[in-house]
Design a protein around this ligand. Structure first.
Ligand SMILES: C[S@@+](CC[C@H](N)C(=O)[O-])C[C@H]1O[C@@H](n2cnc3c(N)ncnc32)[C@H](O)[C@@H]1O
Length: 277
C-alpha cells in the first residue's frame, strides 16, 4: 500500500520523542492560541495532546451518543477511562442529580488540567492520574497496564466509557482493562467503547485504498499503523473482540460503524461498541 503525504506526516509526528512532540505542538499553535478566545475549560491547542477537532463539539457529540445508546441518567455513577483533558467530562457538568463522574488517565498534564478547571466548582467530579507505561503517551510510566487495578470498588459504576483509548492500547492491555471494567461495573451496567474494528468488509475497503487508516502491521491479536510506535493507532478483528467480550462475560448490545474505514453507513469516526455486564 502506497503511503500518502498525510500518513508520512503522521508517522513523523508520532515518531518524535515526547518532549519534541510537545514542543512542536506548542510552537505550531502559538499564534492561534495567542489570539483565540476560549472558555476556561477548553485547553490551548498547543497543550492539547488528545487530538485535533473542536474540543466542545466533540464532547457534546459523544454525550449525545451516551444518552441515545446507553442507560445514562442523572443519578448514574459514571467512570471515564482515559479521560484526557476532560473533553468528555465537560458536557456532564450540569447533568447530574445524585450521580457522579470519575475519570483517570496516564498523562499528568491532562489530570492537572481537569483538577484545576473542573473539579473545584464541581464536587461530583473526581480525576486521578495513573503512572502507566504507554509508548505514545507515557513512555516513562512505571507500571504495566496489564497489572493495573483501577482505583475503584467492585460494582461502583452504572456506566464506564472510553473514547479513543482502546485505539492506543495493545490487545493484552485491552483484555486486562475489560476485566477491570467488568469488575467495577454494577450488575447490568454498561460499557461504551470506541475502537477501530476490522472485518471482511473493512479489509476490502482497506485494499481498495478507501480507508482513512491502514493497519498494515500485525501484533499479537491486533494490528497497528506504525511498527515503531504501535500505540499510534491500533485495530482489532471483530471475531477476536466478540470472543474476548464473551470471556468476562459481557453481552454485546450494539455495534455502530465508524467512517474511518471508508464505510458509507456510519455514526462517528471510530467504531462504537456497547456492552452489558
Ligand atoms: C486520543 S486521547 C482521548 C482522550 C479522551 N478519551 C477524549 O476522547 O477526549 C487517548 C487517551 O488515552 C489515554 N491512555 C492511553 N493509555 C492509557 C491507559 N493504559 N490507561 C488510561 N488511559 C490511557 C491517553 O493518555 C490519552 O489521554
Amino acid at each position: 500500500m502506497m503511503k500518502t503525504a498525510r500518513s508520512i506526516l503522521r508517522d513523523w509526528y508520532y515518531g518524535m520523542p515526547l518532549f519534541w512532540r510537545k514542543f512542536a505542538r506548542k510552537v505550531y499553535y502559538f499564534p492561534k492560541d495567542l489570539l483565540s478566545q476560549r472558555k476556561s475549560f477548553v485547553p490551548p491547542e498547543g497543550e492539547n495532546f488528545i487530538g485535533p477537532g473542536d474540543f466542545e463539539k466533540i464532547g457534546v457529540e459523544f454525550f449525545n451518543y451516551l444518552q441515545k445508546y446507553t442507560l445514562l441518567h442523572p443519578n448514574a455513577h459514571v467512570l471515564e477511562v482515559g479521560c484526557g483533558m476532560g473533553r468528555m467530562a465537560v458536557p456532564f457538568l450540569d447533568f447530574f442529580n445524585n450521580g457522579s463522574y470519575n475519570g483517570f488517565d496516564i498523562v499528568e498534564e491532562g489530570i492537572l488540567w481537569c483538577t484545576k478547571k473542573i473539579a473545584p466548582q464541581h464536587p461530583r467530579f473526581h480525576f486521578q492520574v495513573a503512572d502507566i507505561y504507554n509508548k505514545l503517551y507515557r513512555p516513562n510510566g512505571r507500571f504495566k497496564a496489564t497489572e493495573y487495578k483501577f482505583p475503584y470498588q467492585n460494582e461502583q459504576f452504572d456506566l464506564v466509557f472510553l473514547t479513543s483509548v482502546f485505539t492506543h492500547m495493545p490487545a493484552n492491555e485491552v483484555e486486562h482493562y475489560l476485566a477491570e471494567i467488568h469488575r467495577v461495573l454494577k450488575k447490568d451496567g454498561q460499557a461504551f467503547l470506541t475502537l477501530f474494528i476490522l472485518d471482511e468488509e473493512v479489509r476490502q475497503l482497506h485494499s481498495s485504498g478507501k480507508s482513512f487508516l491502514q493497519f498494515s502491521f500485525p501484533l499479537e491479536n491486533c494490528f497497528t499503523i506504525n511498527e515503531k510506535i504501535p500505540e499510534s493507532n491500533i485495530a482489532f478483528d471483530w471475531q477476536y473482540l466478540t470472543e474476548t467480550f464473551e470471556k468476562y462475560p459481557f453481552t454485546l448490545l450494539n455495534r455502530l460503524h465508524g467512517s474511518w474505514s471508508g464505510r458509507k453507513d456510519f455514526v462517528s469516526f471510530q467504531d462504537i461498541v456497547i456492552l452489558k455486564k
